[in-house]
Design a protein around this ligand. Structure first.
Ligand SMILES: [Zn+2]
Length: 68
């Protein structure tokens, strides 16, 4: 196995709600909760992952996204 270090300069996670939680990509920091500001994004203070609100366009041509 290689020892290549994983570097993610810009990891963006899209969330359907404005409440997100993060504990690092490998659970390498304590679980923290953030609230995404309207129309913006929030950056995790521990691991620099960015969270953005997934836009919920009523114009979307997606089919129903109900329970699986
Ligand atoms: Zn984090």
């Amino acid at each position: 196995m290689s020892h290549r270090k994983k570097i993610n300069p810009e990891t963006i996670i899209y969330s359907k709600t404005d409440r997100v939680k993060c504990s690092g990509e490998d659970n390498d920091h304590p679980l923290v909760y953030y609230t995404i500001p309207a129309g913006g994004e929030v950056v995790c203070g521990y691991c620099d992952i960015k969270f953005r609100k997934e836009e919920d366009n009523e114009n979307s041509d997606k089919t129903y996204d109900g329970c699986k």
